[in-house]
Design a protein around this ligand. Structure first.
Ligand code: GLU
Length: 390
């Protein structure tokens, strides 16, 4: 554990960009390898004004445990640029991405570290990274990133993967607890890639999504929201707080987190459920779509209250799992169909869930403690077998 408290390496880069109005702006970016003990590092790249080196280290640490828990032969990393993407044009974002890639080029590669999308980055960002990397190496190397567009080596099902995986896990948990999934009242914080997708997946299975939110605020309807209509509204660039409809009440994020429901899905950013609001959370299950949405103090309060928390490294791991499938498909230059992607994802997620659940029953611990214990055990074994250099 001493060994895992530190990151293997971290790089801070300065990213000078020529803005569209010919002015110069300098952004700061990071790439952190937490561990390559079990294989090349793996983890997303986020663009957000809140990005700091410490945040990247913490998120890279979580990736190490996520890949180890899933037993995929990869380590953990994270990167990001401190920038508000809303302030940049598409051309400026492309220049930022290409320069950031050039600055971290020695830290990434199919057998070194494979980035993927995270907050405010997407398949277009990955295409620019893949192209910049390939241009520098003089040949096309799709396996340097995952979450790419399908036409240039992406995997079918990758965009939806965190949401699909969360649905598989929730469905399985409900079966175990004898709950009827279609009768569940669900509240979702965050309507980005993860939140909107899990909302859609659950809505398609007749769950009742009673509240959703984003940074600017959210909406609530006791009889359930029309997620398809709300998604279309969002795709037009609108905000949830301006959405009107029958029986819709506008709520703050604070109100959303204390809304009485069966399942609460925090799918926004870190530290949303913390010591001050944890006792106001009124649900049976928390399914962590975001990475680290619950602080350790809040975790203790919620465990005490008997809330079942499916931890981030298990709940949202469908994303990195299908990233791994994309990497395999790129290496083989052979692409799977959606059925195969979802079948293999479901098999691994359910098996992993069962292992975590069993251990938590056997050792009377939370699902989070069991998930970390399984991840830690594999890492410790790898370390023991490899030994310490020199
Ligand atoms: N950013 C996602 C995560 O936090 C996906 C990482 C990946 O696919 O490498 O799990």
């Amino acid at each position: 554990m001493e060994y895992l408290k530190k990151v293997e390496r971290a790089l801070i880069v300065s990213i000078p960009i020529l803005m569209d109005d010919s002015s110069l702006k300098i952004f700061e970016g990071y790439r952190v390898h937490h561990s390559t003990l079990r294989g090349p590092a793996k983890g997303g790249i986020r663009y957000s004004p809140d990005v700091t080196l410490d945040e990247m280290k913490a998120l890279a640490f979580l990736m190490t445990f996520k890949t180890s828990l899933l037993n995929i032969p990869m380590g953990g990393s994270k990167g990001g640029v401190c920038v508000d993407t809303k302030d940049l044009s598409k051309r400026e974002l492309e220049r930022l991405t290409r320069r950031y890639t050039a600055e971290i080029i020695n830290m990434i590669g199919p057998d070194i570290d494979i980035p993927a999308p995270d907050m405010y980055t997407d398949s277009t960002t990955m295409a620019w990274i893949m192209d910049t990397y390939s241009m520098q190496k003089g040949r096309t190397i799709p396996g340097v990133v995952t979450g790419k567009p399908l036409e240039i080596g992406g995997s079918i099902g990758r965009i939806e993967a965190p949401g699909t995986g969360m649905y598989y896990i929730l469905d399985h948990l409900c079966q175990k607890l004898n709950y009827d999934l279609t009768k569940m009242k669900v509240v979702i914080q965050g309507f980005g890639k993860v939140g909107s997708n899990v909302a859609k997946q659950l809505c398609d299975r007749s769950c009742n999504i009673i509240a959703v939110s984003e940074k600017e605020g959210g909406i609530y309807s006791p009889d359930g929201l029309d997620i398809n209509e709300i998604s279309t509204w969002k795709q037009k660039g609108n905000l949830l707080k301006d959405y009107e409809g029958k029986d819709i009440t506008h709520i703050t994020n604070k109100e959303l987190l204390s809304t009485k429901c069966d399942v609460l899905i925090p799918a926004a950013v870190e530290n949303q459920i913390y010591s001050k609001n944890a006792d106001k959370v009124e649900c049976n299950i928390i399914l962590e779509g975001a990475n680290s949405p619950t602080t350790s103090q809040a975790d203790a309060i919620l465990n005490e209250k008997g809330v079942i928390i499916v931890p981030d490294i298990l709940a949202n791991s469908g994303g990195v799992l299908v990233s791994y499938f994309e990497y395999i498909q790129d290496i083989h230059s052979y692409f799977w169909g959606l059925d195969r992607v979802n079948r293999e994802m479901k098999n691994i997620l359910i098996k992993t869930f069962e292992d975590v659940y069993e251990l938590s029953k056997k050792r009377h611990t939370s699902l989070r403690t069991s998930a970390f214990a399984i991840g830690a055990k594999r890492l410790a074994k790898a370390h023991e077998l490899r030994g310490l250099f020199p």
